[in-house]
Write a protein that binds this ligand. Sequence first.
Ligand SMILES: Cc1cc2nc3c(=O)[nH]c(=O)nc-3n(C[C@H](O)[C@H](O)[C@H](O)COP(=O)(O)OP(=O)(O)OC[C@H]3O[C@@H](n4cnc5c(N)ncnc54)[C@H](O)[C@@H]3O)c2cc1C
Length: 435
Amino acid sequence: MKDVDRLNAGYVERTGIDDYWFNRDLAIYFGDTMGEVTNFADEIGVDFGERKLSNPTLYEPHDVMRVLSGGNRASYTDAIVNALQEFADNGQLQIVTNVNVTGLIQEEDKSITGVTYDLNGESKSYSSKAVVLATGGYGYNEDLVARAGLKNYTTSSPTFQTGDGYIWAEEAGAALKNMDFITTYAAGIKTSETGLTQTYAIRVKELGDIIFVNSDGVRFIDEFGPGDGSTYDAITYQWKVQKDNYVYIAVSQSQIDAMKERGQSLLSNDSDWAKFDKLVADGEAVFKGANAQEAAEKAGIDAEAFAAAVEKYNGYVDAGLDEDFGRTNITTVKSSSGEMVDLGRDTFTKLEGDIYLFRTTPSIMICAGGIDVNTKGQALDENREPIPGLYAAGEIIGMANAFGRTTIGGVGNTGTYVWGKMAGDGVAEYVAELK
Ligand SMILES: Cc1cc2nc3c(=O)[nH]c(=O)nc-3n(C[C@H](O)[C@H](O)[C@H](O)COP(=O)(O)OP(=O)(O)OC[C@H]3O[C@@H](n4cnc5c(N)ncnc54)[C@H](O)[C@@H]3O)c2cc1C
């Protein structure tokens, strides 16, 4: 809880918002249970691969290393399904796929007694004593994301995360909490071709020489912080609060050329720079100008202010001191493969010559709002009374409901097991009482 409280205090300090709610009992349950569920997964033969203890710098670090990453990271689902197959073969469980569930069945007394689903275009129903909603997040549901105030965003969520379970739960009377908050990641690029799907991701950290401005052409933060992840939330938060959720990233041609020379690429999976060239040619989200003024005019942001921001920044480069945000020199950057790359210089460099402006959006990966549940996994109504027979597990219970307004590495994947056990135990108790 020490980390949870410390990271939440950072959010309160940053935003001045301190009247939000989260269920501390869930965080405590998580801490108490994660070891047990991981041991259980080992016992039934789930092969996560070799585990390594880490403290990912993408997020604000924990007090001590707490995250165990499995070597089979790309296929956790396969690892689990493989282990469960034996139980399916023995008739102890049934795995059904490719069935589109369409809603919940609710009785007059509010209890949930099954689901409706589509099979080959035919509507059917399935009766059960209880239902556990585990339909994941809502990255692809713009209406639900809009509750967190985001106008523009991209997402790396799976396309099936359309938020169905949230809608059904709300219709059944469950309370959704913390929907006004969502964890965002930096620098998505949205075009009319890619839509919500996060196709282009800028490797901001590999650049070393950029500034961020908003549509007023104004710089607003030390773009890199101390480089240890401790300001991660504070930096990504900017994408939520700037107008239209746009942060414009400015970079000069000389930096692009230097990256190419170092064998790096600016966008993920773009070693031949073809994606970059396409974005520049399309001129929809990346704008190139012969100087700051021209780049800003093409981007449709305040050109005079942007030119002034660049001039001021260049003055800081000369002076070796960023008087506005205290940015320090960056001489090495971490490449996406984790190696440190020497930028071959001992100071940051000016923005001059041809300048590119990238119009970037927040990017969503894990959804933070969710169904209010107790530590039996029961979905609760606005009075925190359980809706009989309705349970929830996984991302749908909302990371912020369990841990508050912060990003804690590892709780997404581990949450699928921890909250699954919680709901499973809750259903077992409920069903036993029904008899
Ligand atoms: C790119 C990416 C990287 C991530 N990295 C990490 C990480 O490093 N560490 C970490 O802890 N977490 C990470 N996460 C988060 C974590 O992966 C998720 O929070 C977790 O997988 C959610 O699991 P879930 O079972 O709740 O939902 P999901 O895995 O989203 O599964 C939901 C299931 O419900 C099904 N479904 C949805 N609607 C219906 C319907 N109407 N009818 C029938 N079925 C339906 C879907 O088909 C799917 O099978 C990452 C997420 C993403 C997107």
